[in-house]
Design a protein. Structure first.
Length: 305
């Protein structure tokens, strides 16, 4: 997912493609680099950012969505407002990327249900001007999973189908630093919850701190792309659905490496399983082995329920 910021104040590239023509050109360039999906946003969610009037967000986003769709792009709209989501979908967007998971606008769930658009529900605890104050967790992985499950329950109650839903752990949102790493380390658990997972680590503060210089000064956003690609490789290997990135080319390569890595792991696992099956055909499992295996499988099924 390539980022198309139609904003003057985004933390990474605010103002570089603020006019519609420049934003469309940027989107088409990301497609050429291998992006599968373009995420168009008209309101910065950087820490401390103030909200823009809804009329301004509409004026920024809709022409870009419309023109990118006309060029054949698959487009998502990055918004927390139901009216912006509805109008963007009317102009051809197929996915709503809502960093608030529906908490910012109670009408969002009904718009998603009515339009049938795919919907990214991100973990969120407050708008950009207050979110850093909510970085307080006893167990960040368990709490993020629980709060995302609560959002899914609300979406279902509004008539949103499970197959529309994508989950995002919300890296950097109410997570200023160390809280991000456990979420990345436990991505397989989030994937195992059964929904496609989007990861948005691109150029975020915690990568800037990781890549800080000798004097401790965080690396600036544009110097975080190598670390972003590393996260992309690990996230793809963990089975996530997509990554949201500002620079696409390196992350496309990272995804390809991770896909080949996973294929190789599955080949090895398949050969090992085939080898065990051949051995059992030769010697046969003992009654005790078969009973133990059956009991373990049953317990696992009950745990999954």
């Amino acid at each position: 997912m390539g980022v198309v910021n139609v904003t003057p104040d985004s933390f990474s590239d605010g103002g570089r493609w603020f006019d519609a023509a420049g934003a469309v050109e940027r989107g088409l360039s990301l497609l050429d680099e291998g992006a599968d999906l373009l995420d168009v946003g008209g309101e910065s969610t950087r820490p401390g950012a103030a909200r823009v009037p809804v009329e301004e967000e509409l004026a920024r986003v809709l022409p870009v969505v419309e023109q990118l769709v006309a060029h054949g792009a698959v487009v998502s709209v990055d918004t927390t407002r139901a009216v912006v989501a509805a109008q963007a979908v009317d102009r051809g967007a197929v996915l709503v990327n809502d960093v608030s998971g529906g908490l910012a606008d109670p009408d969002m769930a009904s718009v998603v249900a009515r339009t049938g658009a795919a919907y990214v529900a991100m973990h969120w605890r407050g708008h950009a001007d207050v979110m850093d104050a909510h970085d307080a967790y006893d167990d960040v992985v368990a709490e993020v999973r629980r709060e995302l499950a609560q959002r899914v329950a609300v979406l279902r109650g509004a008539g949103v189908r499970d197959e529309q839903v994508v989950l995002d752990p919300g890296l950097g949102f109410a997570k200023t630093g160390e809280s991000n790493w456990p979420l990345l380390a436990h991505l397989p658990e989030l994937v195992a919850d059964g929904y496609p997972v989007l990861v948005g680590a691109s150029r975020k503060r915690f990568l800037g701190h990781l890549m800080a210089g000798p004097d401790g000064t965080p690396a600036p956003p544009a110097a975080r792309d190598d670390a972003t690609a590393a996260v992309t490789a690990l996230a793809a290997a963990a089975g996530v659905w997509a990554v949201r990135v500002h620079e696409v080319r390196a992350s496309v390569a990272a995804v390809r490496v991770a896909a080949r890595w996973r294929d190789a792991q599955q080949d090895v696992a398949g050969r090992a399983t085939a080898g065990r099956a051949t051995a059992e055909q030769t010697t046969g499992p003992t009654t005790q082995d078969a009973t133990t295996r059956h009991a373990t499988t049953g317990a696992a099924r009950e745990g999954a329920r």
